[in-house]
Design a protein around this ligand. Structure first.
Ligand code: SF4
Ligand code: ZN
Length: 708
């Protein structure tokens, strides 16, 4: 804090207290000590003084005490070159100013009851604006809205905007965000706003008059208000701004008011100056840490969890995206505050109205999220929600995640007017509803041009790899807490993933780190810490704590499973697995197939058939779903011999996992493992690949029998 700031505010505090004292003696002389002192039509006396000091000011005589308190709060003047390191004196000066200011406003009502030409709620294009003190009727109607969440907060606009147009523009922008607006031409407006806030604390928050700290804390935590100071400011303004800091209400000014940037009382900065009018609304919302709430989802379809499991059959299909035949990718990324415009949804390329029934499109859904509390670690968590959030739309089906998403849009949805752009509308609204506490702004850009989608897929893959690799150095042995994931229970009611560092979720989208971050964001959500507890089988990967958790979370359907085995009671599998591995008994090994490969496989089933057969949330010995990245994690089917058992994979998957397979093969003493694994160019039956495996001396052939 600069000396100048403190100096201005403290000086302002002195000025205001002095002015109040001067007015007070004149008033006493003119009206006598029995003169009534009040704001019209309010039962809260002078609300700031009453709420914080517990003094009910009813007459001029009653004003003596609070004036004394104000005087007593004034800190010593700053002398010499000393730097003031603490906020304390500034806050006290501000508080003194606010007490004195409230008295000044009350004196004004005595002198001229019509001082504020309009002292009631007026409509400005259906919005709510107050001038002067809010009467009890308005207060009762509106105050509750700050507590029940209908209105997220209010803006106290004090001072004069350079033109009525600018004033209107600012007010309307607040109203668009459901914020109420107090407007007052003089700095007394701050006092009215703070008084209103304290009335909210007393009548809806159960805070007792005189509970100084309780009132202020309630406001800081519950009432999202802030002050906009417009026009020329002086020391008295600075004192008012300093006063509002006590409530946790920052002041954002359009002029060169001294700034108080370090945090301490307010959520973020205390006083921010020189904000241009076009940005004052966004900046204010940001500085106060105000959360946008989106109550309804503006799409022409029914929307909700009830539609999640719905399938779109071939006959009803209007448009198909992804699913192996075109690319479909989802990517959530953190961005700078200034680079994100909340609620902006853009679609670049053709949309549904440009298509005809039976068409296909590629699609990239990119989401930029910004917020003071947002972390890169949260990206995968929001990204993983896209699956169920799109699925909630009636007539729209979503399967998969990352770069293997698959969307089908039914004919009825198209008839009702659904377009791809609505995906953005859904994500904006639902992200705010479900994760609004960890970010401030979200914008969505969708691309449907082939080249652009390809570009984003490539970029996304790099990001996915980097995310996967975050658990690279961790081991299951040295980690006591694993995490559950029950996100998929809407499709597979008994399915529980338990995710350890070396056993990433089978969807590939949630690893141990992601679950940990998800638990931090939402402690009662789908990712719970699981104490692994006593070890039951180190080779197969089974722990007592995990079993107990799974038993309860699967609603008693599953009482145990093994992390590192496909043969013996493997983990349960749901429909979103990236890959499905299957035992090939004749080859003494296993194969695995990923979703994008639509051809036949040596186990006799295509991916879709496999998913349909084992993806309902049960444990199916001989088969297990797993993430691509998990294939090259050290514990992958270790209980059955590990990656050396792998005898067949689609060529494209081999290519994608090349580096990891080579590295892992090396570690296992088989540096050319990759070349010994067969693919569809070698064959798609066990017999077809057998001679290849023999020729390559595949290590699986010399291992113990896989079943037996
Ligand atoms: Fe969670 Fe497992 Fe579903 Fe992935 S597959 S979302 S980890 S339950
Ligand atoms: Zn699933």
């Amino acid at each position: 804090m600069s000396k100048l700031v403190a100096f201005a505010a403290i000086q302002g505090g002195y000025n205001i207290v002095q002015k109040a004292e001067g007015m007070y003696s004149q008033m006493l002389e003119k009206y006598g000590s029995d003169q009534k002192l009040e704001f019209p039509n309010t039962a809260y006396y002078l609300p700031i003084i009453y709420s914080l000091l517990g003094i009910p000011v009813k007459t001029l005589a009653d004003a003596a005490k609070p004036l004394e308190v104000a005087r007593g709060l004034l800190p010593p003047h700053i002398k010499g070159r000393n730097h003031l390191p603490y906020l304390g004196p500034l806050l006290d000066a501000g508080m003194a100013a606010i007490f004195a200011e409230e008295l000044v406003e009350a004196f004004r009502y005595v002198e001229d009851p019509n001082f504020y030409l309009v002292s009631e709620e007026v409509d400005l294009d259906n919005g709510k604006i107050w001038l002067g003190a809010a009467e009890d009727t308005i207060f009762r109607k509106r105050g509750i809205e700050f507590v029940d969440g209908t209105a997220p907060g209010f803006a106290a606009i004090v001072g004069a905007a350079p033109s009525p147009e600018i004033a209107k523009q600012i007010a309307e922008e607040y109203q668009k965000r459901n914020l109420y607006v107090f407007m007052a031409a003089n700095q007394g407006g701050t006092t009215f706003a703070l008084g209103f806030a304290n009335r909210v604390a007393m009548s809806f928050g159960g805070i007792k008059p005189g509970d100084y700290k309780g009132n202020l804390m309630y406001n800081k935590d519950r009432v999202f208000a802030f002050v906009n100071a417009l026009g020329e400011v002086n020391a008295e303004w600075a004192a008012n701004a300093a006063g509002a800091i006590n409530w946790g209400f920052p002041t954002i000014a359009d002029t060169d008011i001294p700034e108080v940037l370090p945090t301490g009382v307010c959520t973020y900065e205390h006083v921010v100056a020189n904000v241009i009018h076009d940005e004052i609304v966004t900046k204010s919302v940001e500085v106060r840490g105000l959360k946008t709430t989106v109550s309804s989802i503006d799409v022409p379809l029914s929307y909700g969890p009830a539609f999640e499991g719905e399938r779109i059959r071939k006959d009803d299909l209007y448009l198909e995206i992804g699913g192996g035949r075109s690319q479909c990718v989802e990517l959530v990324q953190m961005a700078e505050m200034g680079d994100v415009e909340d609620g902006q949804v853009e679609l670049i390329g053709p949309d549904i109205p440009d298509m005809k029934k039976g068409d296909r499109l590629p699609l990239a859904i990119t989401v930029q999220v910004a917020g003071r509390k947002f972390q890169e670690d949260f990206e995968p968590i929001l990204e993983r929600q896209i699956h169920h959030l799109i699925n909630y739309a009636q007539g729209v089906m979503h399967i998969g995640q990352r770069d293997i998403s698959w969307i089908r849009i039914g004919e009825q949805a198209v008839e009702k007017g659904f377009t791809l752009k609505h995906i953005g509308t859904i994500l904006h609204a639902k992200f705010h509803q479900d994760f609004g506490t960890v970010f401030d702004k979200v914008q969505i850009t969708l691309y449907t041009e082939k080249d652009k989608v390809g570009e984003i897929v490539a970029k996304a893959q790099d990001i996915y790899h980097a995310r996967d690799a975050r658990v690279e150095g961790m081991t299951d042995e040295t980690t006591e807490i694993y995490y559950s994931c029950t996100l998929c229970q809407s499709f597979a009611p008994n399915h529980v993933c338990v995710i350890s560092p070396e056993r990433t979720g089978l969807c590939g989208a949630y690893n141990w780190m992601d679950c940990k971050a998800s638990y931090e964001i939402n402690p009662t959500g789908p990712n719970q810490p699981v104490e692994k507890g006593e070890i039951i089988d180190p080779k197969l990967g089974q722990w007592k704590g995990v079993n107990d958790f799974v038993f309860q979370a699967s609603r008693q359907a599953i009482d145990h499973y093994n992390f590192y085995s496909i043969v013996h009671d493997p983990m349960t599998t749901c429909g979103c697995c990236e890959c499905i591995a299957a035992v090939l008994p004749a080859c003494n090994g296993v194969m695995t197939v990923h979703r994008d490969y639509t051809g036949e496989t040596p186990c006799g089933m295509k991916f879709s058939t496999l998913a349909g057969t084992i993806g309902g949330g049960q444990s199916t010995p001989g088969f297990v779903g797993h993430g691509k990245y998990n294939t090259t994690q050290r514990k992958f089917i270790l209980g059955d011999g590990g990656l050396l058992r792998m005898v067949w994979m689609p060529k494209s998957l081999k290519e994608e996992l090349k580096e990891g397979i080579i590295r892992r093969g090396d570690e296992l003493g088989c540096s050319d493992l990759l070349d010994r694994i067969a693919d569809e160019t070698v064959g798609i039956t066990e017999e077809e690949i057998m001679s290849f495996l023999e020729e390559k001396e595949h290590p699986a052939l010399n291992m113990d029998p896989i079943v037996g």
